[in-house]
Design a protein around this ligand. Structure first.
Ligand code: FES
Length: 175
Protein backbone atom coordinates (compact mmCIF):
# COMPACT_ATOMS: atom_id res chain seq x y z
CA UNK A 1 0.00 0.00 0.00
CA UNK A 2 1.38 3.37 -1.02
CA UNK A 3 1.80 6.27 1.41
CA UNK A 4 -1.03 8.09 -0.33
CA UNK A 5 -3.44 5.11 0.01
CA UNK A 6 -2.52 4.78 3.67
CA UNK A 7 -3.24 8.49 4.14
CA UNK A 8 -6.64 8.13 2.36
CA UNK A 9 -7.55 5.21 4.66
CA UNK A 10 -6.67 7.25 7.72
CA UNK A 11 -8.98 10.04 6.56
CA UNK A 12 -11.87 7.56 6.21
CA UNK A 13 -11.60 6.47 9.86
CA UNK A 14 -13.69 8.90 11.94
CA UNK A 15 -12.10 10.48 14.94
CA UNK A 16 -14.39 9.00 17.59
CA UNK A 17 -12.57 10.42 20.57
CA UNK A 18 -12.98 14.01 19.51
CA UNK A 19 -16.51 13.52 18.10
CA UNK A 20 -17.78 11.92 21.34
CA UNK A 21 -15.62 13.29 24.16
CA UNK A 22 -16.73 10.96 26.99
CA UNK A 23 -14.24 9.92 29.63
CA UNK A 24 -14.15 6.15 30.12
CA UNK A 25 -15.05 6.70 33.83
CA UNK A 26 -18.25 8.41 32.72
CA UNK A 27 -19.14 5.80 30.12
CA UNK A 28 -20.91 3.59 32.69
CA UNK A 29 -22.11 6.42 34.92
CA UNK A 30 -25.92 6.74 35.18
CA UNK A 31 -26.92 10.23 36.17
CA UNK A 32 -29.52 10.97 38.84
CA UNK A 33 -31.85 12.38 36.22
CA UNK A 34 -31.61 9.25 33.99
CA UNK A 35 -32.19 7.02 37.01
CA UNK A 36 -35.22 9.07 38.13
CA UNK A 37 -36.59 8.88 34.58
CA UNK A 38 -36.12 5.09 34.56
CA UNK A 39 -37.84 4.77 37.96
CA UNK A 40 -40.77 6.92 36.82
CA UNK A 41 -41.22 4.85 33.63
CA UNK A 42 -40.89 1.56 35.53
CA UNK A 43 -43.43 2.57 38.23
CA UNK A 44 -45.74 3.91 35.53
CA UNK A 45 -45.63 0.56 33.71
CA UNK A 46 -46.34 -1.34 36.96
CA UNK A 47 -49.24 0.97 37.85
CA UNK A 48 -50.66 0.55 34.35
CA UNK A 49 -50.47 -3.25 34.57
CA UNK A 50 -52.20 -3.31 37.97
CA UNK A 51 -54.76 -0.80 36.68
CA UNK A 52 -55.58 -3.05 33.73
CA UNK A 53 -56.13 -6.02 36.09
CA UNK A 54 -58.45 -3.96 38.33
CA UNK A 55 -60.43 -2.53 35.39
CA UNK A 56 -60.76 -5.99 33.80
CA UNK A 57 -62.06 -7.48 37.04
CA UNK A 58 -64.59 -4.67 37.34
CA UNK A 59 -65.70 -4.93 33.71
CA UNK A 60 -65.71 -8.73 33.61
CA UNK A 61 -66.80 -9.95 37.05
CA UNK A 62 -66.05 -13.56 37.84
CA UNK A 63 -68.86 -15.89 36.80
CA UNK A 64 -69.65 -18.76 39.17
CA UNK A 65 -67.84 -21.94 38.23
CA UNK A 66 -69.94 -24.65 36.73
CA UNK A 67 -69.12 -28.27 37.58
CA UNK A 68 -65.94 -29.81 38.93
CA UNK A 69 -62.51 -28.97 37.57
CA UNK A 70 -59.55 -31.32 37.75
CA UNK A 71 -56.51 -29.69 39.40
CA UNK A 72 -53.82 -32.34 39.94
CA UNK A 73 -53.07 -35.75 41.42
CA UNK A 74 -52.92 -35.86 45.23
CA UNK A 75 -49.33 -37.10 45.11
CA UNK A 76 -48.20 -33.94 43.31
CA UNK A 77 -48.69 -31.76 46.41
CA UNK A 78 -47.04 -32.95 49.64
CA UNK A 79 -48.50 -31.88 53.00
CA UNK A 80 -47.58 -28.24 53.77
CA UNK A 81 -47.10 -27.32 50.12
CA UNK A 82 -48.97 -25.05 47.73
CA UNK A 83 -49.87 -25.70 44.09
CA UNK A 84 -50.76 -22.94 41.64
CA UNK A 85 -53.40 -23.58 39.00
CA UNK A 86 -55.69 -21.71 36.68
CA UNK A 87 -59.25 -22.13 35.53
CA UNK A 88 -60.17 -20.76 32.15
CA UNK A 89 -63.60 -19.26 31.67
CA UNK A 90 -64.54 -15.80 30.41
CA UNK A 91 -61.06 -14.99 31.78
CA UNK A 92 -58.22 -16.91 33.36
CA UNK A 93 -58.41 -16.95 37.16
CA UNK A 94 -55.30 -17.95 39.11
CA UNK A 95 -55.83 -20.09 42.22
CA UNK A 96 -53.72 -21.78 44.87
CA UNK A 97 -54.35 -25.23 46.25
CA UNK A 98 -52.93 -25.86 49.74
CA UNK A 99 -52.38 -29.28 51.25
CA UNK A 100 -52.89 -28.30 54.90
CA UNK A 101 -52.80 -31.75 56.50
CA UNK A 102 -53.71 -35.38 55.77
CA UNK A 103 -56.96 -35.19 53.73
CA UNK A 104 -57.18 -31.43 54.38
CA UNK A 105 -57.13 -29.32 51.23
CA UNK A 106 -58.00 -25.67 50.59
CA UNK A 107 -58.26 -23.69 47.36
CA UNK A 108 -58.33 -19.89 47.15
CA UNK A 109 -58.13 -17.25 44.47
CA UNK A 110 -54.54 -16.12 44.23
CA UNK A 111 -55.37 -12.40 43.80
CA UNK A 112 -55.12 -10.39 47.00
CA UNK A 113 -58.38 -8.56 47.76
CA UNK A 114 -56.41 -5.35 48.37
CA UNK A 115 -54.63 -4.53 45.10
CA UNK A 116 -54.66 -7.94 43.40
CA UNK A 117 -51.04 -8.95 44.08
CA UNK A 118 -50.37 -12.69 43.94
CA UNK A 119 -50.64 -14.29 47.38
CA UNK A 120 -48.69 -17.39 48.46
CA UNK A 121 -48.85 -19.95 51.22
CA UNK A 122 -46.16 -19.58 53.89
CA UNK A 123 -45.60 -23.06 55.24
CA UNK A 124 -43.43 -21.72 58.09
CA UNK A 125 -46.27 -19.47 59.34
CA UNK A 126 -49.15 -21.67 58.13
CA UNK A 127 -50.76 -18.54 56.72
CA UNK A 128 -51.31 -17.05 53.28
CA UNK A 129 -49.20 -13.96 52.73
CA UNK A 130 -49.52 -11.08 50.32
CA UNK A 131 -45.97 -9.78 49.87
CA UNK A 132 -47.03 -6.39 48.46
CA UNK A 133 -48.24 -4.78 51.71
CA UNK A 134 -47.66 -7.59 54.19
CA UNK A 135 -51.26 -8.75 54.30
CA UNK A 136 -52.05 -12.14 55.85
CA UNK A 137 -55.01 -14.47 55.37
CA UNK A 138 -56.04 -17.63 57.20
CA UNK A 139 -55.00 -20.71 55.22
CA UNK A 140 -58.02 -22.49 56.70
CA UNK A 141 -60.80 -20.01 55.83
CA UNK A 142 -59.21 -17.23 53.75
CA UNK A 143 -60.22 -14.62 56.37
CA UNK A 144 -58.05 -11.53 56.73
CA UNK A 145 -55.69 -11.85 59.71
CA UNK A 146 -53.55 -8.76 59.23
CA UNK A 147 -52.87 -5.83 56.92
CA UNK A 148 -54.88 -3.80 54.42
CA UNK A 149 -56.93 -6.45 52.53
CA UNK A 150 -60.60 -5.50 52.93
CA UNK A 151 -62.11 -8.96 52.29
CA UNK A 152 -61.31 -12.64 52.68
CA UNK A 153 -59.90 -14.54 49.71
CA UNK A 154 -62.56 -16.10 47.49
CA UNK A 155 -62.50 -19.84 48.14
CA UNK A 156 -63.40 -22.94 46.14
CA UNK A 157 -64.54 -26.27 47.51
CA UNK A 158 -61.98 -29.04 47.12
CA UNK A 159 -63.11 -32.55 46.25
CA UNK A 160 -60.61 -35.41 46.56
CA UNK A 161 -61.52 -38.70 44.92
CA UNK A 162 -59.54 -41.66 43.66
CA UNK A 163 -56.25 -39.90 44.23
CA UNK A 164 -57.26 -36.84 42.22
CA UNK A 165 -58.07 -33.30 43.33
CA UNK A 166 -60.98 -31.35 41.86
CA UNK A 167 -62.43 -27.94 42.73
CA UNK A 168 -65.93 -26.60 42.39
CA UNK A 169 -67.89 -23.49 43.28
CA UNK A 170 -68.42 -23.12 47.02
CA UNK A 171 -71.53 -21.89 48.79
CA UNK A 172 -71.21 -18.10 49.08
CA UNK A 173 -69.73 -17.06 52.46
CA UNK A 174 -70.19 -13.45 53.57
CA UNK A 175 -67.18 -11.52 54.83
S1 FES B 1 -52.04 -6.01 47.51
FE1 FES B 1 -52.13 -7.47 49.06
S2 FES B 1 -51.89 -6.38 50.87
FE2 FES B 1 -51.87 -4.88 49.33
Amino acid sequence: MSAREANDNLEKIPNWKSDFPIESDNATHVGRREFAKFLALFSGALALTNGVIVVRSLLFPTKPLVGEHFVCNETEVPIGKMFQFEIKGSKVIPYILIHLAENEWRAFEQKCTHLTCAVRYREDLQKIECPCHHGFFSADTGEVLQGPPPRRLPQLEVVAKEGKIYVKQREQVNG
